[in-house]
Design a protein. Structure first.
Length: 116
């Protein structure tokens, strides 16, 4: 299964970006899709997950600023990021998920850089 995230770029603090992700194949164990991010020297962390039923979970640090959407059955998920902060700078990855947990080997992420 291939995971392809796109939409990253350089943006000023307070700006917005919209990330997109497609998985080439849905795996049976998955019950949703999610976004995760990683900065150098830190572990990858959950950003947001959307279940097949449409339930969403957000990390506290993005609540009110980021919105996950998409169609998990079509293996497509988006992340609308508003009010970006320099600390949001990271490589963002998508994955199929079971609960909050990613299931697949990581694909190529997309770099988001927020300048102050």
């Amino acid at each position: 299964v291939q995971l392809q995230a796109s939409g990253g770029g350089l943006v000023q603090a307070g700006g917005s970006l919209r990330l997109s992700c497609t998985a080439s194949k849905r795996i049976n164990r998955a019950n949703g899709m999610g976004w995760y991010r990683q900065t150098p020297g830190k572990q990858r962390e959950l950003v947001a997950v959307m279940s097949d039923s449409g339930d969403v979970n957000y990390a506290d640090f993005v609540k009110g600023r980021f919105t996950i959407s998409g169609d998990t059955f079509k293996r497509t998920v988006y992340l609308q990021m508003n009010s970006l902060k320099p600390e949001d700078t990271a490589v963002y990855y998508c994955n199929e998920a079971y609960g909050l947990s990613p299931l697949l080997a990581w694909g190529r992420g997309t770099l988001v850089t927020v300048s102050s």
